[in-house]
Design a protein around this ligand. Structure first.
Ligand SMILES: *Cc1c(COP(=O)(O)O)cnc(C)c1O
Length: 430
C-alpha cells in the first residue's frame, strides 16, 4: 500500500507490507522458496554486503515472504521495523542479544510463560547474562531491582497462563526513568487487544506460533522495534552505538538512526545466530493474521462466557480471568485492555491435582496439548507439564499450582464448550 491515509486495523491486517508480485501480478504473497538471490553485478553484491544498499542476499538474513510478515507485524504494533525468527523463544534471545553482555542482567516479571522463566533463570546464564524476577505490581521493588548492569526490563502484556494483566504505562515510566529499554511479550494479547509501543514499550516480542498464526500449524517469533530508544544516550549499548568490527567500524545507531536495532537484528543477529523463520512458516502466519481481529473478538466473547459459567459452578474453586468482574485486575483490564483480555485463563478445582488430571482426560472437544492461541479449545495441567521445571514457589507465582488447569478458549460454539466442561467435571469430581 502507498503512504496514504492511515488505515484501520482490519484493513492493515490484510494489506500491510503486501503488494502484488512485481514479476507475475500474483495477488496473494508468493512463498519465495529460494535460498539465494542473483546479484545484478559485482558492485551490487559489494553494496549489499557493506549494508550500503538494502536487498536480498541469502535467506538466513532476508527473504521476501518473511519480509512481508515483518512489515505486517511492525505496522500492526506501531513499530518502525521487525525481525522474524524461528520461534517465540528465539525472538526473546534475539531481542536481548544486542542489549546484553557478560555480567549484565534483565529485570523480569514473575508472571511469565513457564518456558520463559526457565530460559531466563537457567539457560541465559551460559551467556553470562542473568535475570532478576520481581512482582511488577510493586513498582518500588521494580525500581530497586534495576541496577547499573541492567540492560532490559521484560514482562508480558496479558500474562500466560492467564488472569494477570500488566499496566505497561506504569512499568514504562520506571524503565524510562532508569534509561533501560522495556521489552513486552505481546503473544497472548496480540496487537488487536494491546499495542505495547503506544503505552511506552521499547520492543515487542511475539510467539507467532500462537494467536497470530492462530491454528496451530507453525512455530515462529518476531521482535518489533518502536524506533524510539536513544541507544547513544549512554555507553550501555555498545552493540548499537560503538563501532562494529564485523562491518569495518560501522556504528549502527549513527548510520541507521531509528532502524538501528532492526538492522542489527538482521545483519548481526540472524547472520550469526541463524534463528531464521522459513518462508513456509511466514506464509501460514500471514494467512492467520488476515483474520486476527475477527478471531480475537470471538476468543474474548467465548472466554467471558465459559469463565463466567465455570466461576458459578460448585465444583470449581476459583477462576482467574482478568475479564471477569470478580478479578482483582478488572479495573486495570478495563482501563488498559478495553477490547478484552484474550482467551486464556486458569481454573482451580476443589478436587485438587487428581480432579485436574481426570478433567483433562475426560474432555471431548478440548484437546490436551502444550499450546495455546488455536482456533480449537485447548487445556493443559501446567504443574505437571509446561511449568514442571519450576519450583513450587515459581509455579504459584506464575498461577500454575497443582490444583490448576490452564485453558485456551477457541472459537467454537461457547455452549458446546460449556457442555463439554460440564460432563468432564462430572466425571472428574463426581
Ligand atoms: C509460547 C510462548 C512463548 C514461546 O514461544 P515458542 O514459539 O513456543 O518458542 C513465549 N511467550 C509466550 C507468552 C508464549 O505463550
Amino acid at each position: 500500500m502507498s503512504d496514504g491515509p492511515t488505515y484501520g486495523f482490519d484493513t492493515l491486517q490484510i494489506h500491510a507490507g503486501a503488494r502484488p508480485d512485481p514479476a507475475t501480478g500474483a495477488r496473494q504473497t508468493p512463498i519465495y522458496q529460494s535460498t539465494a538471490y542473483v546479484f545484478r553485478d559485482a558492485d551490487h553484491a559489494a553494496a549489499l554486503f557493506n549494508l550500503q544498499e538494502v536487498g536480498y542476499i541469502y535467506s538466513r538474513l532476508t527473504n521476501p515472504t518473511v519480509a512481508v510478515l515483518q512489515e505486517r507485524i511492525a505496522t500492526l504494533e506501531g513499530g518502525v521495523g521487525a525481525v522474524c525468527c524461528s520461534s517465540g523463544h528465539a525472538a526473546q534471545i534475539m531481542a536481548l542479544f544486542p542489549l546484553m553482555g557478560p555480567g549484565k542482567n534483565v529485570v523480569a516479571s514473575t508472571r511469565l510463560y513457564g518456558g520463559t522463566v526457565t530460559q531466563f533463570s537457567q539457560t541465559i546464564k551460559r551467556f553470562g547474562w542473568s535475570a532478576k524476577f520481581v512482582d511488577f505490581d510493586d513498582l518500588d521493588a521494580l525500581k530497586a531491582a534495576i541496577d547499573d548492569d541492567t540492560r532490559a526490563v521484560f514482562c508480558e502484556s496479558v500474562a500466560n497462563p492467564g488472569g494477570y494483566v500488566t499496566d505497561i504505562r506504569a512499568v514504562a515510566d520506571v524503565s524510562d526513568a532508569a534509561g533501560v529499554p522495556l521489552i513486552v511479550d505481546n503473544t497472548s494479547a496480540t496487537p488487536y487487544l494491546c499495542q505495547p509501543i503506544s503505552q511506552g514499550a521499547t520492543l515487542v516480542v511475539h510467539s507467532t506460533t500462537k494467536y497470530l498464526t492462530g491454528n496451530g500449524t507453525v512455530t515462529g517469533g518476531c521482535v518489533v522495534d518502536s524506533g524510539r530508544f536513544d541507544w547513544s544516550a549512554s555507553d550501555k549499548f555498545p552493540s548499537l552505538s560503538a563501532p562494529e568490527p564485523a562491518y569495518h567500524g560501522l556504528k549502527f545507531h549513527e548510520t541507521f538512526g531509528n532502524l538501528a536495532y532492526t538492522f542489527h537484528g538482521i545483519a548481526i543477529g540472524l547472520r550469526d545466530l541463524g534463528m531464521t523463520m522459513n518462508p513456509q512458516a511466514a506464509h501460514y502466519t500471514l494467512m492467520g493474521i488476515e483474520t486476527l481481529s475477527l478471531r480475537m473478538q470471538k476468543h474474548v466473547e467465548n472466554a467471558k462466557k465459559v469463565a463466567s459459567w465455570l466461576e458459578a459452578d460448585p465444583r470449581v474453586d476459583y477462576v482467574t480471568y482478568a475479564g471477569l468482574p470478580s478479578s482483582p485486575y478488572a479495573e486495570r483490564a478495563a482501563r488498559c485492555y478495553p477490547k478484552g483480555t484474550g482467551g486464556l485463563f486458569t481454573v482451580a478445582l476443589k478436587g485438587g491435582y487428581d480432579a485436574c488430571i481426570k478433567l483433562v482426560d475426560s474432555l471431548e472437544i478440548f484437546s490436551h496439548v502444550a499450546n495455546l492461541g488455536d482456533t480449537r479449545s485447548l487445556i493443559i495441567h501446567s504443574a505437571s507439564t509446561t511449568h514442571r521445571q519450576l519450583t513450587p514457589e515459581q509455579q504459584q507465582a506464575a498461577g500454575a499450582g497443582p490444583n490448576v488447569v490452564r485453558v485456551s478458549i477457541g472459537i467454537e460454539d461457547a455452549d458446546d464448550l460449556i457442555r463439554d466442561l460440564d460432563q468432564a467435571l462430572t466425571k472428574a469430581c463426581g
